[in-house]
Design a protein around this ligand. Sequence first.
Ligand SMILES: [Zn+2]
Length: 142
Amino acid sequence: MIVFDLECSQGHVFEGWFDSLESFEQQNVKNLVCCPYCDDANIRRLMSPVAIKRSHPDIRKPLDPIDYQRLAREVVNYIQDNFEDVGSKFAGEALKIHYGVSEKRNIRGSATSEEEKSLKEEGIEFFKVPVPKIDDDADKKN
Ligand SMILES: [Zn+2]
């Protein structure tokens, strides 16, 4: 909700609460906003204290909802482009890289929970990616 200071053509000043500036303007165009003192529908918005009220820390603008589906797709796309797919050999490769047997690089793949446990015990850092269902699943190699 946003509070606006409004003034009718007779000079009466009053406050009006609206969902948004747009909401006020739509209602005002239809003459739905009336002066509480004289019922005048010829209302204009006073600019004065509104800007201060809106930026007050108590009136927080809600954050835009995060599109998790899109975010997940971007993460997956990034990983597919930048990580070598070692499939089910993930745990073995991670160990080889950890011990310098294999070249240090980004790898991706799958691991069983047993393998995950032993990787953790070796102190190997990895992260799990919740893979969303992707349309081009057909050309998946493993
Ligand atoms: Zn009035």
